[in-house]
Design a protein around this ligand. Structure first.
Ligand code: CA
Length: 222
């Protein structure tokens, strides 16, 4: 699950980034409102942890623009501005929850879990990597917002890789995923599908781990 952490306080940012990574979240940390808006325009996140008092652009400003653009991530405001009027405004602008600073890390984790549950099941199931968004329910894939046409086999291969970001998926597992879709699937068929996917997604998107299988390329830092 991908979290965008928007926090200008270095001490808080560092400890949250470290703590959330230890909980197995994929965290991108940005330190001002402009960087936050840029990150949100470029990539998909499941949860946004948003400070309000930020350099360059305020958190509320970023939130307003994000919701206007129909950004669908769960937004949890983390702010020392804990007056009731501020909370109300934050929620009215499209935040899903509000946690006043200082807060307990355990409580933050519990709120993140609650938000992603509320979203239905294991978050909304959307998978994203480097501008590619895969929706297992609708079986739609987009690249930088543009729809991609994939065959069923290509889709299943991509899904297997995107469900395991950072891991190498073995050929045997990829063959298993194709079982029942493409009964002729053999190891050279896997190579053919990977080749087709690379042509659609860019040659750098999928990495070959010789003798074992494939993985997504490493996330580029934003
Ligand atoms: Ca701040």
């Amino acid at each position: 699950m991908k979290i965008l952490l928007v926090e200008d306080d270095v001490m808080i940012g560092e400890s949250l980034e470290e703590g959330l990574r230890a909980e197995d979240y994929r965290v991108t940390w940005v330190r001002d409102g402009q960087a936050a808006a840029l990150a949100l325009a470029r990539d998909h996140y499941d949860v946004i942890l948003l400070d309000l008092g930020l350099p360059k652009r305020s958190g509320l400003d970023v939130l307003r623009e994000y919701r206007r653009a129909e950004g669908a991530a769960q937004v949890l405001i983390l702010s020392a501005r804990d007056r009731i009027a501020d909370r109300v405004q934050g929620l009215d602008e499209g935040a899903d929850d509000y946690l006043p600073k200082p807060f307990d890390f355990e409580e933050l984790c519990a709120r993140i879990r609650a938000l992603t549950r509320r979203r239905g099941g294991r978050n909304d199931g959307l998978l994203s990597h480097q501008g590619v968004l895969l929706d297992p329910r609708s079986r739609k894939v987009t690249l930088a917002g543009e729809p991609l046409e994939l065959t069923m086999s290509q889709f299943e291969m991509l899904r297997a890789l995107m469900e395991n970001p950072g891991a190498v998926v073995s050929r045997a597992r990829l063959e298993q995923r194709l079982y029942g879709i493409d009964d002729q699937a053999e190891s050279n068929t896997i190579d053919v599908f990977i080749h087709q996917l690379r042509r659609k997604l860019g040659s750098q998107f999928i990495r070959n781990v010789r003798g074992f299988g494939y993985s997504l390329s490493a996330d580029t830092p934003t």
